[in-house]
Write a protein that binds this ligand. Structure first.
Ligand SMILES: [Zn+2]
Length: 208
């Protein structure tokens, strides 16, 4: 599918990815990464805050490539996770339906809250790419989330799974929607040779 169709990302998602990068790195780091990633086109102008699928997927991927190149794999893990927290938190706040969803979540048992939040994240991820690339499966004591054609690690060559930006986003969304912390980990990474990036989320909250 990705061989015949250009990979696209919603403009508003690229815009949010760029502003999250600036918040995570500070202005100087942000402009250095844009330059390193060949994304100077965004120095003056951000993509419009629209749902149109007009941003090349390669631009989204280049952002992570630029950060990894500039900071190195070890520091990039923490950086990507922080990026994910910022991205996830901001993405939720800007959804008009989030204000309506939260009181509904609060009357549900915690297990239903977790499931509802993860369903929303997967739906949003599919919308952001205009394709059903993301899925949620229910295992006995955990959920399995699969990202196919992952742009967070496209073209990267890390020694360990590297999609901490997705881990951070999932953690932030779960915290927002349940009030609790959950263990999220990437168990397979496309950049390490797997078919897709796969994440496990425990069903029980962490005791902290
Ligand atoms: Zn990935």
């Amino acid at each position: 599918m990705s061989e015949t169709q250009p990979r696209r990302v919603e403009n508003s998602i690229m815009r949010l990815a760029l502003t999250s990068t600036e918040l995570a790195l500070g202005k100087n780091g942000y402009y250095a990464v844009l330059h390193m990633a060949g994304l100077d086109v965004y120095v003056e102008t951000l993509p419009p805050d629209s749902h149109d699928l007009e941003t090349p997927g390669e631009h989204f991927a280049a952002l992570f490539n630029g950060m990894l190149t500039m900071y190195g794999e070890g520091p990039a893990r923490g950086l990507f996770r922080r990026w994910g927290t910022i991205f996830g938190t901001t993405a939720i706040k800007r959804r008009p339906s989030a204000a309506l969803l939260k009181p509904l979540l609060w009357v549900l048992p915690i297990q239903r809250r977790v499931r509802t939040v993860l369903d929303v994240v997967v739906d949003e991820a599919n919308q952001a790419r205009g394709a059903e690339l993301h899925t949620l499966q229910d295992a006995i004591d955990h959920y399995v989330i699969t990202f196919r054609d992952c742009l967070y690690c496209d073209g990267l060559h890390p020694a360990e799974p590297i999609c901490y930006a997705i881990v951070g986003t999932l953690e932030a969304a779960l915290k927002w929607g349940t009030g609790r912390d959950f263990a999220v980990r990437e168990v397979q990474c496309h950049a390490r040779g797997a078919d897709a990036c796969v994440f496990e989320v425990t069903k029980q909250p962490l005791h902290v």
